[in-house]
Ligand binder design. Sequence first.
Ligand code: ADP
Ligand code: ZN
Ligand code: ZN
Length: 749
Amino acid sequence: MDLFTEKPRVVEVLPLDGGGRPYAYRVPPEWAEKAVPGALALVPLGRTTRTGVVWRLGSGEDVPEAKLRDITKIVHETPVLTPDLLRIIPWISGYYAAPMNSVLESVLPAVVRRGVKPVLRRSLEVARVPDAEAWAKISKRSPKRAAVYEFVRERGEPVERDAVLAALNVTGGVVDALVMEGLLRETAERVDREAYGDEGVRPTGAPPVLNEEQSAAAAVIGEALDAQAHRTILLHGVTGAGKTEVYIAAIDRALAAGGSVLFLVPEVALTPQTVGRLRARLATEGQRVVVWHSHLSDGERFDAWMAVARGECRVVVGARSAVFLPLNNLRLVVVDEEHESSFKQGETPFYHGRDVAVYRASLNKAVCVLGSATPSLESMANARAGKYALVRLTKRVDDRPLPPMRIVDMKREMLKAKGPVLISKELEIALRERLDKGEQSILFLNRRGHARAVICPDCGHVVQCPHCSVSMTYHRTDETLRCHLCDHTERAPSVCPACRSPKIRHKGYGTQRAEDVLRELFPKARIARIDADTMRQKDGFRRVLTAFRNHELDILLGTQMIAKGLDFHGVTLAAVIDADISLHAPDFRAAERTFQLLTQVAGRAGRGGLAGEVIVQTMTPAAGPIQYAKKGDYEGFLEDELEQRREYDYPPHRHLIRHLFRGPNPEKVSFYAEQFARALEAAHPGGVFELRGPAPCPIEKIQDNYRFQIWYCCDRVTRVMPCILKVRHAFPADDEVVDILDSDPTETS
Ligand code: ADP
Ligand code: ZN
Ligand code: ZN
């Protein structure tokens, strides 16, 4: 067979809901051209027709000719997956222990799988002018047709079909008849539903001239781009150092070389400024930008995906799942705020968007830039090991100073006040100063609701969620107790459910309570709160941020969700109300998260011409992460934390795999996990990994399911996972126990 002229007759297709492996099919001549790897296909499987992706040309198996079935159809004009994505799917499947078809489902959005039809804008125009006799006939026999024809003719230019139907209140049949007779011509044009980043884009002034550090960083990235070899560059730049300008310089370069660009952010809605700036700058350069986020409609999602697949759009900005958009000729991948745990998917497949990004860049010989003011220990370790290049931005633009940080010892405050304190005297004075000067403040409290727990002073009873092993949170607005894990809601009790004491109290503070306290302290201040509760209103987030930017607000209070990437020039005070919440979380990354939070918060103050200040309230002022954040000493923190993690071989020293078991019966779950651990140890005595557990999870019960976990600590996930899967495969299944594997977990509760 001549490979250059003969079209492939057999291809393998991976069905979306099939056995999780590709099957061979024959390609009928009519589909020969389109049946290329990555194309979406309909194929017969058993008695049904399934959607699948053409996996590769030819077949690994020797299926006898007579047994081969034909592909039914190729769905879209263009393949929906690029060759590199076809390689990423098995990699994710292996590394994160997820079936291939479940990975494929994550990669391909439902609308693309279903094959939504593009929206067509159909227009009508006059094709032929009837002679007088014919016209008389039409007007007499069908006045409606005549009216439609007249309507279109009078316009003198193409009119939208729908507009005609609406204006004359006629059915489509009337129009179709005129088209059939050749009097009108109908044209169809595809309408792109994706707002190509035009909405909300404000023209920007001239781009700033890069300073010395920025230029040096851009040069390193530029050289890597020119070399056309894979390189991952960790861009460690203090908050306000101007990382975005460095990204833009790199993007320009990649685009000029004809390549495409993938830009990942932790969450589009929470980084409106970065996204807005990128869109605005690229729009002025005539680039279409696909902004990929969770609020896209099905139609928009479909059009955006196809625009990228067709190569009409070479820049994608989006959150985690944007890493799968079918960009061709990928030259640059940027992961902004690479340390953010939201890049990790919280369900099967538990992939980490940043790590997939690095891998995807490597497959394309593309450059990957990971940017952060507080790089993850994993990325920094890779930089130190020489796997990543490290570039630093050590100064804020225009040499603005990093704001000083004051630590307030809340134990002392409480002794002085002889009771719980939310806003220390120091913070109150600082806030008042800002109000007097007409400057703005941002306050962080990483707990929503009114009170953390409802506790009885007489008997010590704490109201717990009946379905989860966590205490309920008091929400004052509707006098309810809510579980933040399963959303179980009940009326707040007026007496203790255990001893009937009326003294039952709310302990600790949430954002709702903080708002009340602030309003009492500063009745004249304009205060707004941003958390998951207030975010429920559509567009609420953007409205509040706009008001804040326009200085219609004095104080912005919110959960951690507002600590990211916001750039407000009027803010001179940023404060963390309770640093202990993240510091004492049951997670080996608690210290790292706290350091990151404080550093990011500090980054929100003093970004304009005015000097800023940061206040952190804590019961443990001497804690390492707090002291290092105060000094702005990333390196110090890094050394210290690496040392601490060494003790238990925690990442980045070794990899962790979490094996979670859950079910309604705690004895059964624990027994099952125990048996699994024994079986694995028997199969791999002193093998390539160290097994820890099983033990109950920090949160022992969620939604009536009891939870136990085993940890596997190893050097290479890809070596260990097959061992685990082998044992798991042979292990008897139990209806009442579900087990889940998570490689490199960020969720440990
Ligand atoms: P980072 O992401 O590193 O915290 P940004 O990219 O948000 O910092 O930049 C901070 C601010 O400095 C932005 O308002 C940006 O427009 C501005 N900026 C960036 N680079 C320069 C420069 N070279 N000259 C002047 N202003 C700059
Ligand atoms: Zn009680
Ligand atoms: Zn619950």
